[in-house]
Structures are given as structure tokens and as C-alpha cells.
Design a protein around this ligand. Structure first.
Ligand code: NAP
Length: 493
């Protein structure tokens, strides 16, 4: 006889922990949290590259119900996020549910038993009434498909698998990629290596980062008067809301905010890089917000240094000693850093195989129809399944906004389930279709539809060139919807 647990949560990052807290509040305590890594924290466990820090103010990038008064900086370093994750796991009694090094192969709905069977790689399975996937958006590293990369005889490291034992001092290094990760890493690498060549395919919009150490007296104030930290959170959230929601998602109505953000980034670059040719290379040719922007004060100045070179000619191939660009120039290096990001749309969505009712395969269904999920949470044909990393689920810029919306949705849904004395829930096709139609309509007002995004190479767009990652509403509206969606959007049985 196998044990049927209340729920299996796949992923022990902040999303999975938020889901577990929501379930515990609902009285569901028999939880199994599976994670392929050897510890909790998700992205903040995996990423350890030098310069790693949150690029959203920490008072905002944390659970609203679990503020941390002791962030050392306005933008906390990565290690503090990992410590915060551990603190949350302990305080909310989550650690005892977690199983690490547990790679999930797939999950199948079992209609006779109304349970999910979750298969583990290497054998074994876990059965539960509810399945929640919290596998992250940025969790499948992208390895660049460049000719000859395997023949490179030097050291190769991807930013998600940082090699702490490798000594970069005095080495000739190359880095491929100029996304938010590279923006944090490049200034750090430049301090260690003798030569650094940065291979940029698409420049990134970079805003100044107003960062400073939080004085102890302010930390004490946050600890003794929580309202003061809530006010700080509100300020951070409002700035992000103006930039990302008004300027990007509500572009039709608030184009001027987008233009201001772009001008703000341009002025930052102009102030920091005196050479006009270099400046041109670092200036994006797509609208602000088509691609995720970032914040940094030391990224641009790094390119003014003698030993740092910006290479914008495409890479033709690699060989044993270095990289060759399409115009035939070669750069020999000792170490190659891949800051090449993540593959969202081919190997994520979903990150594991999920088979619902009548054998419906979630990944295949999303690709054969459209990427869709009701309120970014549930999918027709998949009873008792909460998909936290779904199309149109990401709300605002701080991931915690998304997590808390989803926690609220779960609270309303599971309460309704209990009040009806039902065992299963499943979103109706009608509710899902109406939500998808509304999202597609709203995306039409965003920079993704109305701006110049063709050259952005943005992971906000899927393989069909549709911007299906971000929820195109304000975070306030997302939060409201999570607490008031019509209960008949679901069928209960
Ligand atoms: P990313 O934004 O996807 O950037 C990957 C970079 O690699 C891009 O510049 C991309 O160029 C380049 N690239 C990929 N394949 C390539 C190839 N074959 N040849 C040449 N260039 C190639 O990934 P990321 O920088 O790791 O950041 C991902 C996300 O993580 C961020 O957007 C952000 O949401 C999150 N992040 C957050 C923080 C934080 O503090 N909260 C910090 C770091 C990252 P193209 O643009 O041309 O494709």
C-alpha cells in the first residue's frame, strides 16, 4: 500500500516554499517537497557567481508576510537570499518535508484514485492528492550552440554552475552574453583577469542602481517598527510598477513613462562611457522593456578599462585555444564563461512531463494549442494541479508578487473545494478560454505589441513570437483577481 500524501510540490525555491506555506495555512500538512538540487533556495542555491545580488530592492524581493529587517544592503547579495530562504523554511516548518537530490521524471493523473503519481529518476514514486510544480522560469541553463565549443581545451564555466575552485587571477577570459547575470559578473571578473573579451549579441538597457548599505540604526528601526519597512517596500514596489507595468505593459496609455525610462538609461550610459563608438555598441536598438532591463553602476565603466574589450561581431566558431569571429579575427583565451541564460520555451513549460486526464500531455498540449493557464495557475484537463510557472503568470518585476498572488489564488480555491466537500478541482475550458482571450487582448496594449521588439531576442517571447510570459495587468489587479476570481471558473467533484 503506498502512502497518499496531501500534496507533492516540485521545487524547493521561493515559489515552492510559498505554495507549501499556503497549503499549511489551509491545514494540509502531509507535504512532500522534491528538489533536484542538494539544498533549498532554488535559484539562490544554484547561482553563486561573483557579483551575484538581487537586482530588485530587497524589501520588495521577499515575502510581504515575512519581512527581513536585516538586509545588509538595499539590494542584498545572493548569499543573504539563500540565508533568508533557510530562515523561512525553518520558521514555517518546511524543511522536514523536503527531499533533495530528487529528480522528478514526470507526473501522471490517476483518475480511478484521483491522485497524482510522481515518478522519480532512478526509480521510486510519490503519490499525492494535489500536484504543484514550482520549478522556476529560469532553471534550465542554455548552452550556446556554437560550432567547435566542445573542442575548446581551456576551462569552461556556465554561470549556473560556478566553479569556486578555479582561479581567474591573471587569466585571459572571454564571456558570452550580456544579460542581467553578465551585468553583475563582468565588473567582478574584470578585477581578476588580465584580459576580458565580452561577446555581446544584444545590448541590454541598464538603469542606475541606487544601492547602499543599510545602516544598523535603520535595520533596528525596521525590526522595531515593521510599518517603516512596509513603507520602504511600497516605495520599491511602486518604482518597479511604474517602470515595468506602466511603461512596458500599459505602453499604449503610458508610452511617456517608457520613453522616460529609456532616456534615464541612455543618460546613465552617456555619463559613464565617454567613447561615442563604444557607447553606440552598448546602446540597444529595441524599445525599453522588450527584454528584461537591469540595474548597475559598475557595468558600463568596466568597458572603459584597457584590458576589457567589447566584441560585437558574431562568433563563427571555437577551437582548442579560443574564439574566432565571423570576420576571421581570433581571440585566444584560458577560460570561457557562458552567461548565456536559460531556455524557457523549449525545455521549460513544463520542466517535467505532466500527463493529465485522458492522457493529455501538458507540454504537447501547450505547443499544439497555445501557451495558456487560467490566472497563470491552472490548466483544463489537469485536475488538482497547480502550475506555478505558467504562461501569463509572472506579475510585475519582483517574483514575490507572483508567488503571493498564487498563494492567494490557492487559498480561495482550496477553501471553495473544502466548503463543497469535494475531492477534485479542475478549471473549466470556458473560464480558461476567456482568460486567455483577455490576456491576448491586453498584450496588444504592451510594448511587446506596440514597441520595437524585433531585435530584442527576448525570453519574454515564445517560439511563436508571442509574449506569453508576463501577465499584462498591474500587480494590484493581479492580486485582486487572485482573491476574487469567480468560483465557478472551476468544476468541483
Ligand atoms: P539572459 O538574460 O537570457 O541573457 C543571456 C545572454 O546570453 C544574452 O545576452 C544572449 O544574447 C546571450 N547568448 C545566449 N546564447 C548565445 C549565443 N549562442 N551566442 C551569443 N550570445 C548568446 O540570461 P541571464 O543574464 O542569465 O539572465 C536571466 C534572467 O535572470 C534575467 O533576465 C533576470 O530575470 C534574472 N536575473 C536576476 C537577477 C537578480 O538579481 N534578480 C540577477 C541575474 C539574473 P541574446 O540576448 O542575443 O539572446
Amino acid at each position: 500500500m503506498s502512502t497518499v500524501h496531501d500534496a507533492v510540490i516540485v521545487g524547493a525555491g521561493f515559489g515552492g516554499m510559498g505554495a507549501a506555506i499556503a497549503l499549511k495555512r489551509l491545514g494540509l500538512d502531509d507535504l512532500v517537497i522534491l528538489d533536484r538540487e542538494s539544498d533549498l533556495g532554488g535559484t539562490w542555491h544554484v547561482n553563486r557567481y561573483p557579483g551575484l545580488a538581487v537586482d530588485i530592492p530587497s524589501a520588495t524581493y521577499s515575502y510581504s508576510f515575512e519581512p527581513n529587517p536585516y538586509w545588509s544592503r538595499l539590494f542584498a547579495p545572493g548569499a543573504e537570499l539563500k540565508r533568508y530562504a533557510r530562515h523561512v523554511a525553518e520558521k514555517y516548518d518546511l524543511a522536514r518535508h523536503m527531499r533533495f537530490d530528487a529528480v522528478v521524471d514526470g507526473a501522471t493523473w490517476q483518475p480511478e484514485a484521483s491522485t497524482w503519481l510522481v515518478r522519480l529518476a532512478g526509480g521510486g514514486s510519490v503519490e499525492a492528492r494535489y500536484l504543484l510544480t514550482a520549478t522556476g522560469f529560469l532553471s534550465q541553463p542554455r548552452m550556446p550552440d556554437i560550432t567547435g565549443i566542445d573542442s575548446f581545451a581551456g576551462h569552461v564555466v556556465h554561470t549556473t554552475d560556478w566553479d569556486d575552485s578555479y582561479d581567474f587571477a591573471g587569466k585571459r577570459a572571454a564571456i558570452i552574453g550580456t544579460g542581467a547575470t553578465a551585468v553583475q559578473l563582468i565588473p567582478e571578473l574584470a578585477q581578476q583577469v588580465s584580459e576580458l573579451t565580452v561577446y555581446q549579441r544584444t545590448p541590454i538597457w541598464v538603469s542606475p542602481k541606487v544601492d547602499f548599505g543599510v545602516p544598523e540604526v535603520v535595520q533596528q528601526l525596521f525590526a522595531s517598527v515593521p510599518l517603516s519597512q512596509r513603507a520602504a517596500r511600497l516605495v520599491g514596489t511602486s518604482v518597479l510598477e511604474a517602470m515595468m507595468v506602466s511603461g512596458v505593459l500599459h505602453y499604449r496609455r503610458a508610452k511617456v513613462i517608457n520613453q522616460l525610462a529609456e532616456r534615464w538609461c541612455r543618460a546613465h550610459l552617456n555619463r559613464q562611457v565617454p567613447d561615442p563608438a563604444l557607447r553606440r555598441k552598448l546602446t540597444p536598438d529595441y524599445s525599453f522593456g522588450c527584454k528584461r532591463p537591469t540595474f548597475s553602476n559598475d557595468y558600463f565603466p568596466t568597458f572603459n578599462r584597457e584590458h576589457v574589450h567589447l566584441e560585437t561581431t558574431s562568433i563563427s566558431h571555437l577551437d582548442a585555444t579560443g574564439l574566432v569571429t565571423s570576420d576571421g579575427r581570433r581571440t585566444d583565451v584560458d577560460v570561457l564563461v557562458l552567461a548565456t541564460g536559460f531556455n524557457l520555451w523549449d525545455v521549460n513549460f513544463p520542466a517535467i512531463e505532466v500527463i493529465g486526464k485522458d492522457g493529455r500531455n501538458l507540454g504537447e498540449w501547450w505547443r499544439a494549442t497555445r501557451f495558456q493557464a487560467y490566472e497563470g495557475v491552472s490548466v483544463p484537463g489537469f485536475p488538482n494541479f497547480i502550475s506555478l510557472n505558467s504562461p501569463y503568470s509572472y506579475s510585475g518585476l519582483s517574483y514575490f508578487t507572483t508567488i503571493e498572488c498564487q498563494m492567494r489564488h490557492m487559498e480561495r480555491l482550496f477553501t471553495a473545494l473544502r466548503e463543497r466537500g469535494a475531492d477534485t478541482f479542475e478549471v473549466t475550458e470556458q473560464a480558461n478560454d476567456a482568460f486567455l482571450a483577455r490576456m491576448r487582448d491586453l498584450v496588444g496594449d504592451s510594448v511587446f505589441a506596440l514597441g520595437h521588439c524585433a531585435t530584442a531576442n527576448s525570453y519574454y517571447f515564445n517560439q511563436h513570437d508571442e509574449a506569453t510570459l508576463l501577465r499584462p495587468t498591474s500587480t494590484v489587479s493581479a492580486l485582486r483577481a487572485a482573491g476574487s476570481f469567480p468560483l465557478d471558473a472551476y468544476a468541483y467533484a
